[in-house]
Ligand binder design. Structure first.
Ligand code: UD1
Length: 374
């Protein structure tokens, strides 16, 4: 059986790592990787393949950046050709990016069995492009691998429970596999002159936070807090960097802007930070898995369990809420006691999600009898 993974953006390279390691244990299953090229800068792509020891992609489609429709259209054309040429038995898509959307639209219209890793997440905010992508992916795909209890509930509410399997979160697998490696290999703390628990880590890349009208006041608020409370290190996504370059705005040295971090450096920085501030989905959980409290700079989260457990708090763009949460995090940091750690494990698994996924694929698609269109 030939399983083809489609990845294109930073978080998907991370999710691919435990899956591809698991496939290596199954010589009867052929696993190939297609890189769509949605992310292409070395620091957004190649560095993840190196550090996570990912297999070199079998194909690199080089699609690159464009508007949503143009990018998704190009991705669909390229992926359809690739599916027709290679005729995989199962297509595997990950997360909620435009690469996910394009892959599952192209594969399911060819009647190719398709599975979705990180299914069932909902922000209930349809202004997010990712929300549209994940709804379409879940409704297209034949098998849905779900990282959290809330994901299972969301799929039940959408009448998709018969396709859903709770597996735990592959991001937990990756963190467990790499945290020691990050501690021994990463030099990010000395490179940036940082001491554990004496800085906060910030990331921002969502469209809603990266318009000039949203980004500049948000960063000014954070800069003021950094000067009063705790320095903030800010690895800047290229989208965010482009907006800042056009804005002509200066910040104090307490808000330290740096290039995007490679995976092991990001893990090390997130583990050492006193608090993570982010609008990323993945980093909210990575923080929880690394026993670091998180402040989410969005109005909602797909990872509601992290909030219920008390390790994440949602503040959006509201300056007062951000200041309250930041000051609380600095003066009274969340303690990751055994009850919290157990709850995190109950909700997101114990680091064996990839094994459950690969075993389910081997079992479920052994004798697929779909009549394909190719
Ligand atoms: C994408 C995903 C988002 C994910 C994020 C992780 C969609 C709709 N969004 O958002 O779910 O959380 O990846 O980072 O698929 N750019 C570069 N170099 C690169 C890649 C991007 O300069 O290697 C710049 C380009 O100006 C591009 C912009 O970043 O237009 C946005 O990139 P894009 O892949 O469209 O979306 P992300 O914001 O990265």
């Amino acid at each position: 059986m030939h399983i083809m993974s489609i990845v294109g953006a930073r978080p998907q390279f991370v999710k691919l790592a435990p899956i591809s390691r698991e496939f290596e244990k199954h010589p009867d299953l052929k696993h190939s990787v297609v890189h769509t090229g949605q992310h292409y800068d070395p620091q957004m792509s190649a560095v993840f393949f190196e550090e996570l020891e990912l297999p070199k992609p079998d194909r690199d489609l080089g699609v690159g950046s464009a508007s949503h429709a143009v990018q998704t259209g190009k991705l669909m054309q390229e992926l359809e050709a690739c599916f027709i040429d290679d005729s995989p038995d199962v297509v595997m898509v990950y997360g909620d990016t435009n690469s996910t959307l394009a892959a599952c639209l192209a594969s399911t219209k060819l009647l190719m069995p398709t599975v979705h890793v990180e299914a069932g997440l909902r922000s209930f905010n349809r202004d997010m492009p990712e929300e549209i992508n994940r709804i379409v992916a879940d409704h297209c795909c034949d098998r849905l691998y779900v990282p959290s209890p809330t994901g299972m509930k969301n799929l039940t509410d959408e009448n998709l429970s018969s396709r859903a399997v709770f597996t735990g979160d592959v991001m937990r697998d990756v963190v467990e596999h790499n945290r020691k490696l990050a501690a021994s290999k990463s030099e990010i703390l000395s490179t940036l002159s940082l001491a554990p628990n004496e800085f906060a880590l910030l990331t921002l890349h969502r469209p809603v936070n990266t318009t000039p009208e949203a980004l500049v006041p948000l960063l000014k608020t954070l800069d003021a807090l950094a000067q009063q409370n705790l320095p903030i290190v800010f690895p800047v996504h290229p989208r965010t960097r482009a907006v800042l370059d056009d804005c002509d705005v200066q910040f104090s040295s307490a808000l330290q802007l740096v290039e995007p971090l490679a995976y092991l450096d990001m893990l090390q920085a997130a583990e050492a930070a006193l608090v993570v501030l982010t609008d990323s989905g993945g980093l909210q959980k990575e923080a929880a898995f690394l026993n670091t409290q998180c402040i989410t700079l969005r109005e909602e989260t797909e990872w509601v369990e992290t909030v219920d457990i008390g390790v994440n708090c949602i503040v959006g763009q509201d300056a007062e809420k951000i200041a309250d949460a930041f000051q609380r995090a600095v003066s009274n940091p969340v303690q990751f006691d055994s009850s919290k750690l157990q709850q995190i494990e109950r909700c997101f698994g114990d680091g064996n999600a990839a094994r459950a996924i690969v075993e389910d694929i081997a079992k479920s698609f052994e004798s697929s009898n779909k009549q394909r269109r190719v």
